[in-house]
Design a protein around this ligand. Structure first.
Ligand code: GLV
Ligand code: MN
Ligand code: MN
Length: 454
C-alpha cells in the first residue's frame, strides 16, 4: 500500500538549478547573511520552533498535557493573538479575512500568484500539541529562516492559519478553508452551538462582519500552490523509520447527526415488551456502523463519536438518543454504499425496538489528490537533506483538501509517536519536527523556482 523511497531512488535532482542547490545545501549565496542556526545544514532554527510551540501549548492546556482549544472559543482567540504577534515578529503583514482565517504576507520580486503555506491552531476536545500547531508555527519559522538568509522569492509568500479546522464546534470540519475555497457560504451563519450562539455571533466576537463572509473566498488563480506540513497522526512513518511522508491524497468524509426517538417512561413499572428505549436502539445502531464498515475489505473507517441520552436519569427509560455517524474513504462511492446499507439497517433496528431514527447530513468533505509538481518538490527537498520519504494517504481530513479545489496542493507528513493523535499523548520528536520544517522551507524555495505562472 505504501511506497518508501530511500534517498538514492529519489528523482528529479537535476531539476534543481545550481544556485538554488547550493542554497538548499546550506551554502550561502552571494547575498545571504551568515547563518544563525543550530545546525549548519539547516536553515530553520529548531530551538526557536520548539520554544514557540511550547508557548502555544499553554493556550488551553489541560491537566493531561495536551490542549482543548476549540475553534471559536476564548482560548483560541487568545492563542490567535499570540500567533499574530509571532507573525509580526517575522515581518509578515497581517490580514484576517471575514471567516477569521489569518494571513501573513511577504512580498515577492515578481508579479506572480501567491505561494501559500500553513495549517490550523484549533484543537479537538482534549487534543494534543502538534496537530495543526506544527504546520502553523513551522510556516512562521520558514519565514524567519528566509529573512535570516536574506532570501528573496519570485512569488509573494503567505502564511495562513485556517479557522476551525477540527470543526468540533459547529460540526463543520475545515470551516475556514471551506469558505475560502467557496465550498461553504452564508448558509452556515445561522448554525447554533450547544450554548445557542450562532456562527455569526462568534464571527462578530472574532471582530468580523458575517455579512461579508463571501469576501473570504479566494478567487481561482490567486494561489500558485498550497503546502501544508502536518503530523502523520498514524503509525506508518514511525513503524517504518521513515522521517518524511509525502501525501498522495486525502480521504473524503460524510457525517450525519442521527436521533433515535423513543418514549421516556418509568423504569420500574413499564414492562419490557412495552418499551420504546431510544438508547437500546442507538446502541444497536452504533454497532451496525462498525459492522457496515467492516463488511468489505479496504481502508474505509466509520465512527460514532458520542451518544447524548435524554432525559439521562437512572430510573427513566431513555426517550431520546442523539449520535453522529462519520464515514471516511478515498472513494466517495464506498462511503455512499456504506451509508445506503446503514439506512436499511437502522430501519430494521427501529422496527425491532419500536423507535424512530432520523438522520440529517452534517458535513461532507470530498477526497482530494495531491498535485504532482508539489509532490515532486517535496521529494526533492527531502532528498537534498538525505531524508528518505514514504508515500501515504491522509486518513485525517485537512484544510489542504478544501484548497485543492482552487490551487495545486501538497502535504508533508512527519512521524507521530505510536501513531497517536487527537489525544494529549500526541507527540512528535523535536528532531522529526525540525526535519519537517526544513523540508517545508526547501519545498517552498523549489516551488518558487520551478512553478510556471501558467
Ligand atoms: C481532523 O483532524 C479530522 O480528521 O477529523
Ligand atoms: Mn490537523
Ligand atoms: Mn485534527
Amino acid at each position: 500500500m505504501y511506497a518508501a523511497h530511500p534517498p538514492s531512488r529519489l528523482r528529479c535532482a537535476t531539476r534543481i538549478a545550481l544556485p538554488l542547490a547550493l542554497f538548499l545545501a546550506g551554502l550561502p549565496l552571494a547575498s545571504a547573511r551568515p547563518q544563525a542556526n543550530t545546525s549548519p545544514r539547516f536553515h530553520i532554527n529548531s530551538k526557536r520552533l520548539q520554544s514557540t510551540l511550547e508557548k502555544l501549548s499553554e493556550f488551553g492546556k489541560n491537566p493531561e498535557g495536551g490542549v482543548t482549544r476549540l475553534g471559536f472559543s476564548e482560548t483560541e482567540l487568545a492563542a490567535r493573538e499570540y500567533v499574530i504577534t509571532l507573525m509580526k515578529q517575522a515581518d509578515l503583514e497581517i490580514h484576517v479575512d471575514p471567516v477569521g482565517n489569518i494571513f501573513g504576507s511577504r512580498p515577492g520580486t515578481g508579479k506572480l500568484p501567491i505561494l501559500l503555506f500553513g495549517s490550523h491552531i484549533d484543537s479537538v476536545l482534549h487534543g494534543g500539541n502538534f496537530d495543526g500547531d506544527l504546520g502553523s508555527l513551522g510556516a512562521i519559522e520558514v519565514i524567519h529562516a528566509l529573512n535570516e538568509q536574506n532570501a528573496k522569492t519570485r512569488h509573494p509568500l503567505e502564511v495562513v492559519i485556517w479557522t476551525n479546522e477540527e470543526g468540533n464546534h459547529f460540526g463543520l470540519t475545515t470551516l475556514g478553508s471551506g469558505v475560502a475555497a467557496g465550498q461553504l457560504g452564508p448558509e452556515i451563519l445561522d448554525r447554533k452551538d450547544d450554548q445557542g450562539l450562532t456562527l455569526a455571533d462568534w464571527l462578530r466576537r472574532y471582530g468580523q462582519d458575517p455579512a461579508h463572509l463571501a469576501d473570504a473566498r479566494i478567487q481561482p488563480g490567486t494561489l500558485a500552490a498550497f503546502v501544508e506540513l502536518h503530523i502523520e497522526q498514524g503509525p506508518n512513518l514511525e513503524e517504518n523509520k521513515i522521517p518524511i511522508g509525502v501525501v498522495q491524497g486525502i480521504v473524503g468524509l460524510k457525517r450525519w447527526m442521527c436521533v433515535a426517538f423513543g418514549f421516556a417512561n418509568h423504569a420500574g413499572t413499564t414492562p419490557m415488551n412495552r418499551r420504546k428505549d431510544a438508547l437500546a436502539a442507538a446502541s444497536k445502531e452504533v454497532l451496525a456502523v462498525r459492522e457496515a464498515v467492516r463488511a468489505e475489505p479496504g481502508r474505509q473507517v466509520g465512527t460514532v463519536g458520542f451518544v447524548k441520552v435524554e432525559p439521562g436519569a437512572v430510573n427513566v427509560i431513555p426517550g431520546r438518543a442523539q449520535f453522529p455517524v462519520e464515514l471516511r474513504d478515498l472513494d466517495p462511492a464506498v462511503i455512499d454504499r456504506m451509508w445506503q446499507h446503514l439506512q436499511e439497517r437502522f430501519k430494521q433496528i427501529d422496527n425491532e425496538e419500536n423507535v424512530e431514527t432520523t438522520c440529517t447530513p452534517l458535513d461532507d468533505a470530498e477526497p482530494a489528490a495531491a498535485d504532482p509538481a508539489v509532490k515532486s518538490a517535496i521529494y526533492d527537498a527531502a532528498k537534498s537533506l538525505n531524508l528518505p520519504t514514504m508515500d501515504l494517504p491522509s486518513g485525517a481530513v485537512q484544510d489542504a483538501q478544501k484548497i485543492a479545489k482552487i490551487a495545486p496542493m501538497g502535504m508533508i507528513f512527519v512521524p507521530s509517536h505510536d501513531g497517536i493523535s487527537h489525544s494529549p499523548k500526541e507527540f512528535t520528536s523535536w528532531s522529526d519536527a525540525a526535519n519537517g520544517v526544513e523540508v517545508l522551507y526547501r519545498t517552498i524555495l523549489l516551488l518558487d523556482n520551478q512553478l510556471n505562472p501558467n
